[in-house]
Design a binder for this molecule. Structure first.
Ligand SMILES: Cc1cc2nc3c(=O)[nH]c(=O)nc-3n(C[C@H](O)[C@H](O)[C@H](O)COP(=O)(O)OP(=O)(O)OC[C@H]3O[C@@H](n4cnc5c(N)ncnc54)[C@H](O)[C@@H]3O)c2cc1C
Length: 500
C-alpha cells in the first residue's frame, strides 16, 4: 500500500511524506472501487485520503474502528500489529499537523461540531481530527484508578505498565520548567500543598528551548498524540478514511455487521465482522442511540474547570511555557489544581469573556492556575449530541473551594488583581458506562459491537484520562485478537452489507 516515503526538514520541522499505491487499497479492504487517493503528509504522520467509495461489498476488513482518538488509535495500532485488517473511519480531517491557530479553530473550536455549549453555557471542546482531542491536549499523564476499574472486572495493571514502557512519560526535566511554573510550585508548597511536577506524555529528548508548546498541535512531535499510533497502524497495514462520519451501526439478529457513514455528502455502508466505536464521550453515545441503544448518553461527567488568573509584577511568562507542568490532586476535595499556561489568543478570549478588558494585553504578566473538578453524574445528550447538563450545587461548591485555594497560592506567589474565567470542559465521558451499557470486555448488548473511549468510564472522573484510555485500548485489542482468531477458525462467513 505504501510505495515509498521521504523525510525532509521544512523550517525545522520533520515532514514525512508517503506515497500510496491507489490500486492496492480496494483489494486490501475489500471494496469494489475507491475514488482518487492522493499522496499526503501529516507532519510526522501519513495521510490516506479516500474521496469516494462507490457502492459497498463484502468486507474483507476484520475490524472497523470508528474514531481515531486515544481509544480508537490504540485498538487500531494493536490489532494491526497482530496482523488484523483494520479500517479506521474518522470524521475529521487528516492534514499535516501545522500547529496553527487556523487548524486549532477548525478542528477544536468549530461551533456545534467541536465546540459544544451546555445548558449552563459552559464551553466543551473535543478534537474532530485524526488523533481526536489528543492533538490539542496538554499531554498530562495521570495515574489510572486501578481499584475502581477492578471493581467492574477490568484489570488494567499490566496494560498500564506496558504503556509506561512504550510511551515517553515522565516529569519535566529542569530546563523545561519555567520561572512561572516554579514560582507557583514553590508558593503552593509554602502553603503546605503537596504540589509536584506532573508526568507528561512528551518526548523530552526532542524538545528545544525555542519550541512553543503544541496547543494547536505539535509539528515538532515532542508531545505524544494518538496520531502517532494511527501512523503506526497505517505502517502496519491499517487503512484510514478521513471525512467519514459514521451515523449508525448496522445490526442484524442482535449482531453488528457494519456501519453507515456519510462521506462527502454521500451515504455509504461498509461491513465488517467486528466494530469498535471509539468516537469519544459525545460521538459514541450518539452513534449507539441511532443504532438502537437508546439509553446511551445519560448521567455523564465532563470535568468542568475554571482558570484563576492574577497579575505578576516580577515574573514574566516565557514563550515556551508548558501547561500543567506541576500541580496537585486533592482527592478528598474532588478536584485537581495545576499551573496553566495558555496561548495568547486564548488569554484574549478568556479576558474578554469575563469582561476584564484591562487584562486583554496583559498576557506575559498573567499567572494562571487551573481548577478541574470531578462533577456529579447527570444530564442527557440529545440525539444530535447536544449537551443538556447543569452543574450541581456540589460542583459549584468544589469549583469555589478550588478558586479560594488557587487565590491563596497566587497571592503567596505575589500575584494581585485575581479573577477567574468562565467554565470550560474537555473530558466528556461516562455516557456508555462499563457495567451498564458495555460489559467488562467493552462489548455492548449487540454481539461484536464494542466501545473503547472515554464513554465507558463507569463513575464520575475528574482526571486527565488518556493513560486510562490507551490502557483500555490495549486490553480490548488483546481480547479482540483472540475473539477474531477463533471466529476465523470457525470460518465464519463474511457478512454482506447491502449497498445504500
Ligand atoms: C484542550 C484539551 C486539553 C486536554 N489535556 C489533557 C491532558 O493533559 N491529559 C489527558 O489525559 N487528557 C487531556 N485532555 C482530554 C483528552 O484529550 C481526551 O479525554 C481524549 O482525547 C479522549 O479520547 P477518546 O478516544 O475518548 O476520544 P477523542 O479524543 O474525542 O476521539 C474521538 C474521535 O472520534 C472521531 N469521531 C467523533 N464522531 C465520529 C463519527 N460519528 N464518525 C467517525 N469519527 C467520529 C473524532 O473526530 C475523534 O477523532 C484534554 C482535552 C483537551 C480538549
Amino acid at each position: 500500500m505504501i510505495s515509498g516515503s521521504r523525510d525532509r526538514l521544512v523550517h525545522g520541522r520533520l515532514i514525512s511524506t508517503w506515497r500510496f499505491n491507489v490500486d492496492a487499497i480496494p483489494a486490501r479492504i475489500g471494496l469494489p472501487s475507491l475514488g482518487g487517493l492522493r499522496e499526503g503528509s501529516l507532519g510526522c504522520i501519513s495521510r490516506l485520503e479516500v474521496h469516494s467509495i462507490n457502492g459497498a461489498g463484502t468486507a474483507a476488513v476484520d475490524v472497523i474502528v470508528v474514531g481515531s482518538g486515544p481509544g480508537g488509535a490504540t485498538v487500531a495500532k494493536e490489532l494491526s500489529s497482530r496482523g488484523k485488517k483494520v479500517l479506521i473511519l474518522e470524521w475529521g480531517a487528516g492534514g499535516p499537523v501545522r500547529g496553527t491557530l487556523g487548524q486549532y479553530g477548525r478542528e477544536l473550536l468549530a461551533p456545534g461540531r467541536s465546540l459544544l455549549l451546555t445548558t449552563d453555557m459552559l464551553g466543551m471542546v473535543r478534537g474532530i481530527t485524526t488523533g481526536g482531542s489528543s492533538l490539542f491536549y496538554y499531554a498530562t499523564c495521570f495515574p489510572v484508578p486501578l481499584e475502581m476499574l477492578r471493581s467492574y472486572g477490568v484489570d488494567l495493571a499490566d496494560d498500564v505498565a506496558q504503556v509506561w514502557k512504550e510511551l515517553p512519560i515522565g516529569p519535566l526535566k529542569d530546563e523545561m520548567m519555567t520561572p512561572m511554573a516554579n514560582r507557583l510550585m514553590e508558593s503552593a508548597q509554602q502553603l503546605g500543598f503537596h504540589w509536584r511536577r506532573l508526568d507528561k506524555f512528551m518526548d523530552q529528548a526532542r524538545w528545544k528551548p525555542e519550541f512553543r508548546f503544541g496547543y494547536y498541535g505539535d509539528p515538532h512531535g515532542v508531545k505524544w498524540s494518538a496520531r502517532m499510533y494511527v501512523q503506526e497502524a497505517l505502517a502496519q497495514g491499517a487503512t484510514l478514511l478521513n471525512g467519514a462520519k459514521v451515523t449508525r451501526v448496522i445490526v442484524e439478529n442482535n449482531t453488528a455487521t457494519g456501519v453507515e457513514l456519510i462521506q462527502n455528502g454521500e451515504h455509504r455502508k461498509i461491513g465488517a465482522p467486528t466494530i469498535v466505536v471509539a468516537a469519544g464521550g459525545i460521538g459514541s453515545p450518539v452513534i449507539l442511540r441511532h443504532s438502537g441503544i437508546r439509553e446511551a448518553g445519560n448521567e455523564f461527567f465532563f470535568d468542568p474547570l475554571i482558570t484563576v488568573c492574577g497579575t505578576m509584577k516580577d515574573v514574566r511568562l516565557r514563550h515556551n511555557e508548558i501547561p500543567m507542568s506541576a500541580g496537585i490532586h486533592l482527592q478528598d476535595e474532588g478536584y485537581i489544581m495545576t499551573d496553566m499556561a495558555i496561548p495568547p489568543a486564548t488569554h484574549f478570549a478568556f479576558s474578554a469573556q469575563v469582561g476584564r478588558l484591562t487584562k486583554l494585553f496583559n498576557f506575559r504578566s498573567t499567572a494562571r492556575i487551573m481548577v478541574k473538578v470531578k462533577d456529579t453524574l447527570g444530564g442527557r445528550l440529545t440525539d444530535h449530541g447536544g449537551v443538556r447538563k447543569k452543574l450541581s450545587a456540589d460542583d459549584h461548591a468544589k469549583l469555589q473551594h478550588g478558586f479560594e485555594n488557587a487565590k491563596r497560592i497566587l497571592r503567596q506567589a505575589g500575584a494581585t488583581d485575581i479573577y477567574k474565567t468562565g467554565y470550560m470542559a474537555a473530558h466528556p465521558g461516562g455516557t456508555v458506562k462499563i457495567g451498564q451499557l458495555v460489559d467488562a470486555n467493552l462489548q455492548t448488548a449487540y454481539r461484536n459491537l464494542y466501545v473503547c473511549d472515554c464513554s465507558v468510564i463507569p463513575e464520575a472522573w475528574g482526571l486527565p484520562p488518556v493513560l486510562t484510555l490507551v490502557a483500555l485500548g490495549k486490553r480490548l485489542a488483546r481480547h479482540l485478537a483472540v475473539q477474531t482468531s477463533s471466529a476465523d477458525r470457525r470460518e465464519a462467513p463474511a457478512r454482506r452489507v447491502a449497498a445504500a
